[in-house]
Write a new protein. Structure first.
Length: 242
């Protein structure tokens, strides 16, 4: 009996599996907008002034979320060629997200200290949080680019990169009043994705285990920010600007 090969079937199968990632991208977006709804977006609507760098940062982040959803939809619809072309633009955009994230990590506490809103100790303790976000994001996204020809690895690393930089939004949710709750909400998209893997593949992809472990290690930046050693490092970083 001759074997009939249906051209494009693997692509359609991948697209069907990718529909789940549209939902996860939307979940991440909802968490981010909910987290920043009162501390930024709501205040902008109310006419509260913010430094221009914050507005630029917010606009770029919204663009990143739009790109994440767009790429997820393209993959789900099987438009892989267009997905890859947009992805080439996405690499440059991710670099912009990373560089701007590093700048804002230092600029925001400096602005607050200069304005008298924060004592120096608070600024020193704050610094490892956004810097940790950027380290995680850069690591996950860089790995995603390295594995862009392996879709099963690539899409999971992109998801982890998106989760990495929603940490600040999670901390601003009104119901996040303890470290365990903050961790639980931050891990939610990853846990949902792991459960989906378990349901559809009968096993969890190793990328998620490694990503979850990296996020756990990165969470140690919170107690690190309370140490005298780190306060000294932060003072050296802020010194040229204060």
């Amino acid at each position: 009996m001759a074997t009939v090969i249906v051209e494009g079937a693997p692509t359609r199968a991948r697209a069907a599996r990718s529909k789940f990632y549209v939902g996860v991208a939307l979940l991440i977006t909802v968490i981010v907008f909910t987290g920043f709804s009162r501390s930024f977006y709501g205040t902008v609507v109310a006419g509260v002034a913010h430094p221009w760098i914050i507005h630029v940062h917010a606009a770029v982040y919204v663009g990143w979320l739009a790109l994440l959803i767009t790429q997820s939809v393209l993959a789900a619809r099987g438009q892989i060629a267009l997905h890859r072309r947009v992805g080439a633009f996405g690499i440059g955009y991710a670099v912009l997200v990373f560089v701007l994230g590093l700048i804002v990590s230092v600029a925001v506490p400096v602005i607050h200290v200069r304005a008298g809103d924060w004592p120096m100790a608070r600024a020193e303790q704050f610094l490892p949080v956004p810097l940790g976000d950027m380290v995680l994001f850069g690591g996950f996204f860089g790995a995603a680019i390295a594995y862009r020809r392996q879709p099963e690895i690539h899409k999971r690393l992109i998801l982890l990169a998106a989760v990495a930089i929603m940490f600040a939004a999670v901390g601003r949710l009104w119901f996040v009043d303890s470290i365990p709750v903050r961790l639980a909400v931050w891990y939610t998209p990853v846990l949902v994705a792991m459960a989906y893997d378990l349901f559809t593949r009968r096993r969890i992809h190793p990328v998620y285990w490694m990503g979850a472990a990296a996020m756990g290690v990165a969470f140690l930046r919170i107690p690190l920010g309370r140490t005298e050693w780190w306060h000294g490092v932060a003072r050296a970083v802020y010194a040229p600007f204060l």
